[in-house]
Design a protein around this ligand. Structure first.
Ligand SMILES: [Ca+2]
Ligand SMILES: [Ca+2]
Ligand SMILES: [Ca+2]
Ligand SMILES: [Ca+2]
Length: 120
């Protein structure tokens, strides 16, 4: 009876040992993944940093472009009409400094959202 328990105990310990080894490998793989993730995070940080340097308000126009256009490099929607500086310049050709480009009393954002022409 005791012998049987002893054998079971040994078997148990062996299994336990194997289990530990397995989880060691898992830990290795995990730390490798963590290392890769950390590396990715650093690259992401770098990209974000260069983005923040070149496009502080994240509207898609670089600070230089905005300075040239006269828009605010720290405000993604300089005239607060609901259309970003980028969209006004690149997509709608509306005035980035005027909320109501065509002066009809409706803001560019309002007209664009309703499918109207903000330039007429
Ligand atoms: Ca910008
Ligand atoms: Ca801007
Ligand atoms: Ca705008
Ligand atoms: Ca308008």
């Amino acid at each position: 009876m005791f012998k049987k328990i002893g054998i079971l105990l040994v078997a148990g310990l062996v299994l336990f040992g194997v289990g530990c080894k397995k989880s060691d490998n898992a830990n290795d793989a995990q730390s490798e993944a963590a290392r890769l993730q950390a590396q990715k995070n650093i690259e992401f940080e770098k990209t974000m940093q260069s983005l923040t340097v070149n496009d502080r308000d994240f509207d898609g126009l670089s600070n230089d472009e905005e300075t040239n256009l006269g828009s605010n490099p720290d405000d993604p929607d300089t005239d607060s009409d609901g259309v970003t500086d980028y969209d006004e310049v690149k997509n709608y050709k509306t005035n980035i400094l005027k909320a109501d480009t065509d002066g009809d009393g409706k803001s560019d954002g309002y007209e664009i959202r309703r499918g109207l022409d903000p330039l007429r």
